[in-house]
Design a protein. Structure first.
Length: 453
């Protein structure tokens, strides 16, 4: 409660300070000022004919005169007042810049380096090597062996064609056989080799059959590449159908990182731009490059999935690992202002332009991208204009508390309530309370102030 009261009194003091400072000197020296009533600096809706205190916060009501801010909302602030309130002024600049995009990412295997070992024929496993998911295997390493009766006929034809080719080649060398017959036998042998590839017979086992001229009891399953086992669907005695995936192996010397890019950042990302991939768990940083593939849209997260190709020495990055991605995006040339210069209400964004020395006028602007502590201005400002870059809270508070004289005059024509207080059509909106409610709030405010003291 005490902290809330301290914050309330601080805001009241700041509002009272600006209400005393930011009165246009030109208006004060001009037409005759006449009081239009008394209003609370913190609660502009509280308006009454005579002097008094605010029933909400207890502040002293200040007079509302026709010599308030100009019709365009301009405020005159002297150099001493600017120094006291911390108001700084700078010019609007046009420049090109770069922005560091920090994106969350997830490691996935390179699809071009993933090898699926499928069964080319139905059969049943006899032996399975001691490799599991995550094991590192070498090229041509035997992963298991299976018995496939349907492959026996193909192996027999391969051995017959091999023997026939050897005899034909020998007769041709002796001159007793023409070249056409040799080519026909060679074509038959080539068909058997293609069938072996479809069956999954490795080159090593095929060479062994050519050397021994024997039909093996089982067909070996070997790794086609150096990599890591991503999936294993084999066990001794396991029966499988043709086309079933037995092993899945990935070469992780090069991986992909899928990063989430928000739609507003997507225009600044282009194919081929360099990227840094940081693995917090491994305390390492790797270099990558944005792939040429078009980013895919994810309807769940409402982001674009950006693919980054990364060399992975030492297998630092593993599938499904979360990493941080950093991209240096080049931003187009644009007018930019400090973020502190903009008053953002959610519905509109306002800056205070110094139209003359010490004279500030509010102006609505349309903003673009944000880069660090600066914001791009799409519409509303021109290059070289001077704007307030700090202390804009005081300027905004003054323009909200002191409406144009015409608006204040219209507010006084409203019907007073039984307490003698009237409502204002501007500012924060209507303020209509019964006499009992007003007295209860005033008593609560006095009680809180006494407790704070």
């Amino acid at each position: 409660m005490k902290i809330a009261m301290v914050c309330l009194l601080s805001c009241c003091a700041a509002a009272l300070c600006i209400s005393r400072f930011a009165i246009p000197e030109a208006a004060a020296k001009g037409s005759h000022s006449h009081s239009l009533g008394y209003r609370c600096p913190m609660h502009p809706a509280v308006l009454q004919d005579g002097e008094g205190t605010c029933p909400i916060c207890g502040m002293k009501l200040v007079p509302v005169t026709a010599s308030g801010p100009a019709s365009d909302g301009s405020l005159a602030v002297t150099p001493d007042q600017q120094k006291t309130l911390g108001i700084a002024v700078a010019r609007v600049e046009r420049a090109a810049s770069s922005r560091m995009l920090r994106l969350p990412g997830r490691v996935t295997p390179d699809e071009t380096r993933v090898y699926r070992i499928n069964a080319g024929v139905e059969g049943s496993f006899r032996d399975v090597a001691a490799v599991t998911t995550g094991s590192h295997v070498r090229k041509d390493q035997v992963l298991g062996s299976y018995y496939a009766p349907a492959a026996v006929n193909t192996i027999q034809l391969f051995l017959l064609n091999t023997a026939g080719y050897d005899r034909a080649a020998k007769k041709k060398s002796e001159g007793s056989l023409d070249g056409e017959n040799v080519d026909l036998i060679s074509s038959n042998l080539q068909q058997r080799l293609i069938q072996f590839e479809n069956l999954g017979v490795s080159k090593r086992q095929r060479n062994e059959m050519q050397r021994t001229r024997r039909i093996p009891d089982t067909i070996e399953v070997v790794s086609p590449v150096d990599g890591f086992v991503l999936a294993r669907n084999a066990s001794p005695g396991f029966k499988f159908e043709r086309g079933m995936e037995l092993f899945r192996i990935a070469d992780l010397r090069r991986v992909w990182v899928t990063a989430d890019v928000f739609p507003q950042d997507a225009p600044y990302v282009r194919a081929g731009m360099p990227a840094l991939v940081v693995a917090p768990e491994e305390s390492s940083t790797l270099s990558g490059r944005v792939a040429e593939a078009l980013p895919q849209f994810d309807s769940q997260s409402r982001t674009l999935k950006l693919r980054i190709e990364v060399d992975n020495p030492g297998f630092v990055l593993r599938p499904d690992m979360f990493v941080d991605v950093q991209l240096s995006a080049e931003l187009p040339e644009a007018l930019t202002v400090p973020t502190d210069a903009i008053v953002d209400t959610g519905l509109r964004r306002t800056v205070f332009v110094e139209t003359a020395p010490g004279l500030f006028a509010p102006r609505n602007v349309e903003t673009g991208f944000r880069n660090g502590d600066r914001v791009a201005i799409v519409r509303g400002l021109s290059q070289g204009e001077r704007i307030a870059t700090s202390g804009v809270f005081f300027l905004d508070s003054e323009t909200r508390m002191k409406a144009p004289a015409s608006g204040a005059t219209a507010s006084l024509t409203s019907s007073p309530d039984p307490t003698g207080r009237r409502t204002s059509g501007g500012g924060a909106g209507p303020f209509q309370k019964s006499s009992g409610d007003m007295q209860a709030e005033e008593a609560a405010a006095h009680t809180s102030a006494a407790a704070l003291r």
